[in-house]
Design a protein around this ligand. Sequence first.
Ligand SMILES: [Zn+2]
Length: 361
Amino acid sequence: MLLYEQGGPRSSLLYFERKCFSMPRNPEVYRLKAIADQAFAAKQAAYDRMEPIGQHRHDLNKRLNKSWDEVCSAREEMNSAYERQQVEWESYKSERDSLSAQIDAVARDANRAHEAMRGAFDRASDAYNSGDKASALLYASEGRGYQYERNSCNEEKGRLISIAKSMTPPSSDFHRFKERYNNLMDTHKALQAEYKLIKSQYEMARDEFSRAKKQCDIAKAAFERIIEAERAKWHDEACKECGATIRVNIEWSHPPSFCKACKEKFKNAHKKQVANVEKAIMHSNSSEWGRFNDENARIKPRNDGSGKVDVYYGGLSADGDGLGHGHVVIQEDQVVYLRGPWQDKRTQWDIDDSRGDHTRA
Ligand SMILES: [Zn+2]
């Protein structure tokens, strides 16, 4: 699975915890987180579907461009082969035409010489028959000159014809280049069709991803809004004992008054006091009088069926009760309330009685 967001899903538990000071109680937070996680997974799945199609499209596009370059260079080669062929044909044609004109001219010369030769021999024959031997010899000699000229022309004609016959038209490689061009063009068109198909598939996958991303952004924003609201519920308070900062949520029905260190300190003090009270009970031996914390104490089991025992000590009366007395409440051998002598009943006690129900009957 390819993660398109580096660092993994932003709606991870780590991210969740970083945003909050402790796990919130509001169920809406978990509902929105589930929606955001689901939307993120859907977006990731859409991305995973889109990514390989996009890669295929990219590869195909590269092949298409390469194929087009090949088509273009093949076309250039084909065109220059055509031009080369044209030039060679022109040169062949002009050579053949000029040869043909030369043959015509020499044939005309041969005819003319032949006609002149026949005229001269006729005239020689006529002169001989009329007894003019001298003229006959002259005409005959003239005729032989023309005969020689005719024969020479015919020889030249024969030579030119054999040259014409030996001429071959230029061979062309144009068709080979044209065939190559056509093949490359066919390949290119097939690639184009394939690319068109993949492109439309990619666009569908991309639209799907965009929709999923939008949904994810909306869900994430809703989740972040509620996390911010949860965050705003927290504020700082000072520990009533030592003044250290404690984080308090406004929704807590019993917000703490003391820091963890102070609570630990109270717990230890409580243990010590319990030991003292146990000692006091032993000393009292179930009678109404005893000692507590090295001071006189008055011990009074309650008659209300609660099983609680009140112990008053350290007061101004000789029995330990009276003005300024400390107060211990024991229930089932446990100290459930402890306030030292001269402490404020409402706010000061050594064992937490925030519910205020231990001293009540
Ligand atoms: Zn404190």
